[in-house]
Design a protein around this ligand. Sequence first.
Ligand code: FEO
Length: 182
Amino acid sequence: MLSDKMSQALNEQVNREMYSAYLYMSMSAHCNQTGLKGFANWFMVQYHEEMLHAMKIYAYIQRQGAQVKLAAIKAPPASFESPLGMFTQTLTHEQFITRSINDIMELAIAEKDHASQIFLEWYVTEQVEEEENDNDIIAQLKLIQDNPQGLMMLDRELAGRMTTVPTDFSKGIQSAMASAGA
Ligand code: FEO
């Protein structure tokens, strides 16, 4: 059972995760357009991760017998600054998501909603990884500065990022994750 307040907070988080997916999808398109195919791949993998984050909450709301209420997804920007600017923007966005997850966790604690606390722990851990990934790439981009050779080497490295995230949710989130080994 979810309180109305928890149900609303989780539905809002679905929207934030969907916006995250949309934002990284747009960044991927921008990278493709500027010839950075590896960066484009990294952001497209990130898009899939965000879709999984949204779908896990979507499934949890339903398993708890509450109503899924989908809202409009805000349009992301279509153009971006340098790769360093993009990853700085990504980190800032992920820090916003971390605060949002923490707020929902605070609500779960205040409501003595143990099931939601256990559910949200996965997101707390995931956000540490999200911010760590961004910080690592920001550090590399700062070392590279304006060196095109360094940028192309990082682009090749980011081309190797692969997704284990399922894309078919038709048989439920657990089944999708099991089949994708996620
Ligand atoms: Fe779903 Fe990148 O936080």
